[in-house]
Design a protein around this ligand. Sequence first.
Ligand code: KIV
Length: 282
Amino acid sequence: MQGRTKLNVNDILSKKGKERISVLTAYDYSTARICDSTGIDILLVGDSAGMVVLGYASTMPVSMQEMMIFCGAVARGTKRAMIVGDMPFGSYQVCPSAAVENAIQLIKAGCDAVKLEGSSEIIDAIKAIVDAGIPVMGHIGLRPQTSSLWEGYKLQGRTKEGAIKLIEDAIVLEKAGVFSIVLEMVASEVVDTITKSVSIPTIGIGSGPSCDGQVLVLHDMLGIYQDIRPRFVKRYAELNKTIFEAVSSYNRDIKAGTFPEESNTFHMEAKELDKWKNERKA
Ligand code: KIV
């Protein structure tokens, strides 16, 4: 299509086996604009926003209203990347029709697809969303929304039974019509088998190099989020230090009266200033 810049499901599917898919989370307009201009393939408006932006202890409390604000902001800053919006906990478990309604809300906010955590236990919701014409990204392995209620943040696929279950989960998701699957903290041997067993792209986080693509949380890879530092994260910057130094200088400048400088200051028109001064003298 002439003039089309936005990546769609077919573009992502066609990369499998040819080109690795780059995915990064984004939550606001300004960073989405920067990330999009780098040529990243997918911007994931993850419910990790609940932790790294809103300061919740987990992703569990994140609401639809909060997700819609983040999704709208990212959509306004994005021209090329596909935008995937995370469906927050509680927005897809109750019944398939509520899941479709909530998925529609995220699409109306500007997303091109939605992501849900789970497999066979939520398959009716996934099928209903796909039937409504909305592309779905699956998410198996570690499921941050509910993992703290079970065994916590642990590697998935550690045992033979665990590995077999994950492979089955991935196949169930593919059959339900998802266009890609996030594999979070899955043992790399299992990831390799899953990636070879499905025809849709797998996107890994903490799951080694065998996936068709990789995703990281923006605030982790930029070194902004300090509360948790998973071993699988590569820090591409230490922005916490950069921000700390910049804000400390700003604070010092204000106290010392060295900011604002002349270049940051606006003045009245000279003629008007004279008139005003003369009137005040009179
Ligand atoms: O919420 C999120 O950022 C995610 C990624 C960790 C895949 O789901």
